[in-house]
Write a new protein. Structure first.
Length: 426
């Protein structure tokens, strides 16, 4: 796998759950794994997948995907025995940074312009293949910076948004023009948010986790994952679950990690305990994690940079389980899909080498000519020597009104063609 990793740094970049499905993104491919039937589907896109989100309830299962060319797609994944069908494809004015379902029929979209859009998805049962009618609903919510994450409160009364300027904003929903409060205290951009027991847990690139009171914006607790005074991008596994053990109720548990760090850290959230509202209960040694999610059964899926690229940990002990049956097939598919990438890399290497050789040859050709032009006498020197040898010719030129080149113009000409050194950009 070393050659493959050098071409494609890591095959998976995002992971999310959608009911009985596991969603995996790898560059321009969306992989959907049906955990109940152990089936695998793949969908290719023209550009890289930069955001995705799944939604599941008793009546509907949907997945939304956004790509780097400002395209957004919504898939119906309600039937595990059939391939997911695309219900809606749309071109957005700005690139998407985060997606969130308010319910089965409302999709929230955050973009790089700091704006949140709201779309209503109405399924058209008469159409074949399945499709939906989309209507953009008004939502007066915008930041002055790029939005990094958003979540909707469980009672759907508030929307919590975070941006690259360390701010967390709590707004009413859907009347987002009414701002409940700001949660201020992070020293770097906020990476992810989760709601636990009507409180907000945030992760940031300042190496900390923080618990907030969303009613007043009050900071309740700060937990340092990275070393103090050392910035590290801390991420949260989405969809935290209430996990129970055989003896006692563990309570809401979250999983946090430093991006491309070395471990997954588990914390129990108990806001009633003012002395220690966030208590670490363990960690897992997982090298180079990138993304993580809890599925509907409480199983933790972690995507990493190195082989085998994805890890599965089952509650309550979170011991790593054996890889599913589709892992060998996935490895074969990855090798097959890497063949075009290898060809592209070979062409790119050839072109870079070819252009570098020609650039070096051009540099070797230009530098001697520059030196020769520096050794060659300038027009002014030649003119002055000629006028000294033939003073009558110089006087006749002045008499005829012929203008002589000024010293500034000659200096510019010397700098352009004869003076100084010439650098050739590689």
């Amino acid at each position: 796998m070393e050659n493959e990793e050098s071409i494609l740094k890591y095959p998976f970049s995002l992971v999310d759950s959608c009911g009985s499905y596991l969603l995996l993104a790898t560059h321009h491919r969306l992989v959907l794994y049906a955990m109940t039937t152990n089936q695998l589907w793949e969908r290719r896109f023209d550009c890289e997948i930069i955001a995705m989100r799944g939604y599941s309830d008793d009546q509907c299962q949907r997945a939304a995907v956004a790509t780097s060319n400002k395209q957004m797609f919504v898939f119906d994944v309600g039937t595990p025995s059939t391939a997911p069908a695309c219900e809606w494809a749309h071109c957005l004015p700005k690139r998407v940074t985060c997606l969130e379902f308010a319910d089965a029929g409302v999709l929230l979209v955050a973009d790089r312009f700091g704006r949140v859009s709201r779309y209503r998805l109405d399924r058209d049962h008469s159409s074949q293949p399945p499709a939906c009618t989309v209507t953009e609903l008004p939502l007066e919510l915008a930041h002055l910076s790029i939005l990094t994450h958003l979540v909707l409160s469980k009672d759907a009364r508030h929307i919590i948004t975070a941006d690259r300027d360390e701010k967390i904003r709590v707004s009413s929903f859907p009347d987002a023009f009414h701002i409940q409060c700001y949660c201020l205290g992070h020293l770097s951009f906020v990476t992810s948010l989760v709601e636990v027991d009507a409180h907000i847990v945030s992760a940031s690139a300042d190496g900390t986790l923080r618990i907030w009171d969303p009613q007043h914006g009050q900071l309740l607790h700060t937990e340092h994952i990275a070393e103090p005074n050392h910035d590290a991008v801390v991420m949260l596994a989405s969809r935290p679950r209430v996990l129970t053990s055989s003896r006692t109720d563990v309570g809401p548990i979250i999983a946090a990690f430093v991006e491309r760090g070395s471990a997954i850290h588990f914390y129990v959230i108990d806001v009633r305990n003012e002395a220690e509202p966030m208590m670490q209960v363990g960690h897992l040694d997982v090298p180079r994690p990138i993304s993580a999610v809890f599925d509907q059964e409480g199983t933790l899926w972690v995507v990493t940079e190195h082989h085998p690229f994805i890890h599965c940990f089952c509650p309550p002990t979170f011991e790593e389980t054996s890889h599913p049956d589709w892992f060998p097939d996935m490895a074969v598919q990855l090798r097959r899909n890497l063949e075009p990438a290898r060809s592209v890399q070979a062409v790119r290497t050839f072109l870079e080498t070819h252009l570098r050789q020609h650039t070096l040859r051009a540099k070797d050709y230009v530098q001697p000519n520059v030196m020769e032009s520096n050794d060659r006498p300038s027009k002014k020197t030649r003119g002055s020597s000629a006028s000294a040898a033939h003073p009558s010719a110089a006087s006749s030129s002045h008499a005829s009104g012929t203008a002589q080149p000024s010293s500034q113009k000659e200096c510019d000409t010397s700098q352009r063609y004869g003076g100084g050194s010439m650098d050739v950009e590689m």
